[in-house]
Design a binder for this molecule. Structure first.
Ligand code: S3P
Length: 419
C-alpha cells in the first residue's frame, strides 16, 4: 500500500476561530473564504449568533456583520462543546462586554484548566466565577470596564495570549503580554491586518484598547495540523509521494516539519505566497526511512498538536525517540501522554510514558487490535494513520470525533491510497 497524488486539507482551525471572532468585533461586513466547518469552529460561530452577530452564507463564503466591539447580552448558556479555543478566546471577548454571560462545555472541556485565563482577566478588572474553586468551566463572566495590564504568560499558550489580546482590544490603555517561549501568532497577525494598534517588541506584545477594527476578506489556508496526518501517512509508507496544496506555513506551527526533516523525512515546500499576513504554500512529501530523535524545550509549543502523529511515526523510526517538556499534553482533549501510551501499546508499540513526555523505540511492526480515541480528535486521526502501518485489523472506537478538526479524513485518505 502507498500514497500517491495531490490533495488539500480543511481550513485552519485556529485561524477560522480567529477570523470569526475578529470579524464579529470589527466594524462592517467581513467575508471568510475556506472556513473550517468542524465542530469546534461551529461552536464559536453559534455562540457569536447567540451574542447577536448576523452570519450568512453565500457561494462557499461566510459573511459576518461586525458589531464594532459591542455584543448583545445572550439569553442562554453559551455552549463551547469540546473546544478549548472557543472557551478561552470567547472568555477574552466577553471579559470586555458589560453584561453577565456563562460559558460551558462537554465533560472533557469541564476538566481542562481555566485558571490560566481567569487570573489575568481578573487582574484586568473582570469578575469570573468558575467551578472547582474557580479553576474550571462552567465560567460565569461579569465583563466590562477592563484596564490594560502588563502580564507575563506563566505557560506558553496561544489560547491564553489570544484571550488577553482580545480583552486588551476592549480595555482602557495598553495591555502588554510577555511570552518567554513563542506560541502560534495568528491572532497578532490577523489583528494587525485589521488595523489594530498592536506591536511586537522582542518577546513583548502590546495592544492599545478602544480602537475600531476594519472588516476584511479572510482567506483561510489549509490546516497544517490536519496536513500532519497526511504527511505522517505518506512518510511512513515507502514509495509514496503526495502534494498537499495551499497549507498554512506559519513558522510558529512548523515544528513537526523541522523534526521530521531531522528524522530523515523528505519534505519540501514547493510554492509559497502570503494570504492576509499568513504564509501559505504547497508541500511535497515522500515515503522516507526515519531515525529516532529527541524533541524538547522551545520546539514543543511549535508542534504540540502534532505529537500524537509524531508518536505514531516514532514507532516506525529506527532507534529511540524522546519527547520531553510536554506536560501540557496532559491538559488537552484527553491526557495525550497517557492515551497515546495505552492505545499504541495495544498495537504492539514500544512506548513508555514519562511524567512530561514519551520514550518510543522502533521500528516496530504494529499489529491489529481494538483501540479507543478517548474522545480526542487528534488521537482518533493518529490511530487511523497507525492502522495503515499495522498488520491485522485495527478497530478504532469513537473514531468519529476526528471530525472536530478534520471532517472527511477517511475519505480524503482513501482517495490517495493506491495498491
Ligand atoms: C490553539 C492553541 C494551542 C493548541 C490548540 C489550538 C489556538 O493550545 O494546542 O489546539 O488555536 O490558539 P494552547 O494555547 O493551550 O497551547
Amino acid at each position: 500500500m502507498k500514497i500517491q497524488g495531490k490533495t488539500s486539507v480543511p481550513g485552519d482551525k485556529s485561524i477560522s476561530h480567529r477570523a470569526l471572532l475578529i470579524s464579529a468585533l470589527a466594524q462592517g461586513t467581513s467575508q471568510i473564504v475556506g472556513l473550517n466547518y468542524g465542530d469546534d469552529v461551529v461552536r464559536t460561530l453559534e455562540i457569536l449568533q447567540d451574542l447577536g452577530v448576523q452570519i450568512s452564507y453565500q457561494e462557499g463564503s461566510v459573511f459576518v456583520e461586525g458589531k464594532n466591539l459591542s455584543f448583545n447580552s445572550p439569553h442562554k448558556v453559551l455552549d463551547c462543546g469540546n473546544s478549548g479555543t472557543t472557551m478561552r478566546l470567547m472568555a477574552g471577548v466577553l471579559g470586555g462586554q458589560s453584561f453577565e454571560s456563562t460559558l460551558d462545555g462537554d465533560f472533557s472541556l469541564r476538566q481542562r484548566p481555566m485558571g490560566r485565563i481567569i487570573d489575568p482577566l481578573s487582574l484586568m478588572g473582570c469578575k469570573v466565577h468558575g467551578a472547582m474553586g474557580g479553576t474550571t468551566a462552567p465560567l460565569t463572566i461579569f465583563g466590562g470596564d477592563l484596564q490594560g495590564i502588563h502580564y507575563e504568560l506563566p505557560v506558553p499558550s496561544a489560547q491564553v495570549k489570544s484571550a488577553l489580546l482580545l480583552a486588551g482590544l476592549q480595555a482602557r490603555d495598553t495591555t502588554t503580554i510577555i511570552e518567554r517561549i513563542p506560541s502560534r501568532d495568528h491572532t497578532e497577525r490577523m489583528l494587525q491586518s485589521c488595523g489594530a494598534p498592536i506591536v511586537r517588541k522582542g518577546n513583548q506584545i502590546e495592544i492599545v484598547g478602544g480602537r475600531t477594527l476594519q472588516s476584511q476578506i479572510h482567506v483561510i489556508p489549509g490546516d497544517f495540523s490536519s496536513a500532519a496526518f497526511l504527511i505522517g501517512a505518506t512518510v511512513g509508507l515507502s514509495g509514496s509521494e503526495l502534494i498537499i496544496e495551499k497549507v498554512g506555513l506559519n513558522p510558529t506551527r512548523l515544528g513537526f516539519l523541522t523534526v521530521l526533516q531531522a528524522m530523515g523525512a523528505h519534505l519540501e515546500i514547493i510554492d509559497s505566497e502570503e494570504w492576509g499576513g499568513e504564509p501559505v504554500g504547497d508541500l511535497l512529501v515522500r515515503g522516507s526511512t526515519l531515525t529516532g530523535v529527541t524533541v524538547e524545550g522551545e520546539l514543543i509549543p511549535l508542534l504540540l498538536d502534532e505529537i500524537p502523529i509524531l508518536a505514531v511515526l516514532a514507532t516506525q523510526a529506527l532507534g529511540r525517540t524522546m519527547i520531553r517538556d510536554a506536560g501540557e499534553l496532559r491538559l488537552k482533549e484527553s491526557d495525550r501522554l497517557a492515551s497515546l501510551t495505552s492505545e499504541l501499546t495495544k498495537l504492539g508499540a514500544q512506548i513508555v510514558e514519562q511524567p512530561e513526555g514519551l520514550e518510543i523505540s522502533g521500528p516496530t511492526k504494529l499489529g491489529g487490535a481494538k483501540v479507543h480515541s478517548h474522545g480526542d480528535h487528534r488521537l482518533a486521526l493518529a490511530l487511523e494513520v497507525a492502522a495503515l502501518f499495522a498488520e491485522g485489523k485495527v478497530e478504532i472506537q469513537d473514531r468519529e470525533c476526528g471530525a472536530i478538526s478534520f471532517p472527511g479524513f477517511s475519505q480524503t485518505l482513501h482517495k490517495i491510497i493506491v495498491g
